[in-house]
Write a protein that binds this ligand. Structure first.
Ligand code: FAD
Ligand code: PHB
Length: 392
């Protein structure tokens, strides 16, 4: 049987960053990932890094490429009733966000991990967790070569996302789940074209929400609210561009630049939290414990925030035999999680148009939008949540 201090399940932002934090403190970890390296490096997902996320990556020496290629943004636009209203993030909070693709962070973290000489077990199949309520939990899996493996750990970190194996390994009745589904999904595309605007545009339109984002000066990232049952086959490139043009239409100077679509996907929207984020010696971090709809751009940032607490708490246990920080881990994370849950719900319900939305809800949305862009207090509240609240 193999041995490590921390068994990490999942090589997304949470698992990879945790592995790095532990390495810098001299703690040994093994990272198991169900997919191939190529797959995880090319999975298109988040784009917005809170200033707190960027700060942590810089402190760890992991932000060289992010600082070179990331796009700092000091504001974004709320577009409704054919007009733009800028939310001046930098002016309102003194902070900004950075647009840098999640898969670029994942590439940087994988490179950093491999440079330490400690690898990642890609294509780990049949991962199963055992003895979680003991001080020697185990992980079994079948490796890429087809060999059955077994790893004994001091602690397991479940960083395997919403569909992973960690959360379902916790016996029934231990966790309380809070779940909310929305009657919409996002159809996301990556387009080979210069972005049509320097800043992100969150657009509310009678036909539904649309988001204009980007990945680089040559790559635009665009999203359309669609029905959760919608299929990609129904969306030809021409239909996507037509719908985007309609939803971004504005009185004033704006041309939607078109280009070849190099990626298309549909993501359902959901809010989900489990409490506590722990069972015995298993600690959940990131999407395995909570998910948010992407409208607030919080999912990846929450995963990073969890790990910022979990890393030092594991070090305290494994170096000093001090379990107190781990005992507070779930409670402390959940405070930030619930704030982000509320913010993501607020952004989502303010900007999306529910199918058969009643006129009352429509009026409330408009009132909220107008208040948000006309009151410094309301705009500041949105901005401070968006750039990332400080850690206490
Ligand atoms: P994941 O990234 O899901 O990583 C989990 C890893 O575990 C995966 O690599 C998976 O393959 C692996 N795994 C799963 N099961 C197993 C198993 N049984 N064994 C081993 N490995 C396993 N967030 C933001 O902050 N800002 C944004 O702008 C934003 N935009 C988004 C846009 C879209 C369209 C989507 C879908 C998401 C967006 N998010 C955003 C959310 C963000 O992508 C996630 O919150 C983030 O990926 C969570 O990281 P994680 O490490 O917890 O989980
Ligand atoms: C993205 O660029 O992918 C993105 C930006 C902002 C969001 C969600 C996704 O709110």
């Amino acid at each position: 049987m193999e041995r490590t201090q921390v068994g990490i399940v999942g090589a997304g932002p949470a698992g990879l960053l945790l592995a790095h934090l532990l390495y810098t403190e001299g703690i040994d970890a093994v990272v198991l990932e169900a997919r191939s390296r190529e797959y995880v490096e090319n999975r298109v997902r988040a784009g917005v890094c809170e200033h707190t996320t960027v700060g942590l990556l810089r402190d760890l020496g992991l932000a060289d490429r992010l600082d070179r290629e990331g796009l700092p943004h000091g504001g974004f636009s709320l577009r409704f009733d054919r007009a733009d209203h800028r939310i001046d993030l930098a002016g309102l909070t003194g902070k900004s966000i950075t647009v840098y693709g999640q898969q670029e962070i994942v590439k940087d973290l994988i490179a950093a991990r491999l440079a330490t000489g400690r690898g990642i077990e890609f294509e780990a199949a049949d991962v199963a967790l055992h003895d979680l309520e003991t001080e020697t939990p185990r992980i079994t899996w079948t490796d890429a070569g087809g060999t059955a493996r077994e790893l004994r750990c001091d602690v397991i970190a479940g960083c395997d996302g919403f569909h992973g194996v960690s959360r379902p390994s916790i016996p029934a009745g231990v966790l309380t789940a809070y779940d909310h589904t929305y009657p919409f999904a996002w159809l996301g595309v990556l387009a080979r074209t210069a972005p049509s605007s320097e800043e992100l545009i969150y657009a509310r339109h009678e036909r539904g929400f649309a988001l204009h984002s980007m990945r680089s000066p040559e790559l635009a990232r665009l999203y359309l609210q669609v029905d959760p049952t919608e299929r990609l086959d129904n969306w030809s490139d021409a239909r996507i561009w037509d719908e985007l043009a309609t939803r971004f239409s504005v009185d004033g100077d704006f041309t939607l630049r078109e280009g070849a679509l190099v990626e298309k996907s549909i993501t359902p929207m959901r809010s989900f939290v489990v409490e506590p984020m722990r069972y015995g010696r298993l600690f959940l971090a990131g999407d395995s414990a909570h998910i948010v709809p992407p409208t607030g751009a919080k999912g990846m940032n929450l995963a990073v925030a969890d790990v910022r607490r979990l890393g030092p708490a594991l070090v305290a246990l494994l170096r000093k035999n001090d379990s107190r920080p781990l005992d507070c881990y779930s409670e402390q994370c959940l405070r930030r999680v619930w704030r982000a849950e509320h913010f993501s719900y607020f952004m989502t319900t303010m900007l999306h148009r529910a199918p058969n939305a009643d006129p009352f809800t429509d009026r409330l949305q408009h009132s909220q939008l107008r208040y948000t862009v006309s009151s410094a207090a309301a705009a500041t509240s949105l901005a401070e949540n968006y750039v990332g609240l400080p850690f206490d």
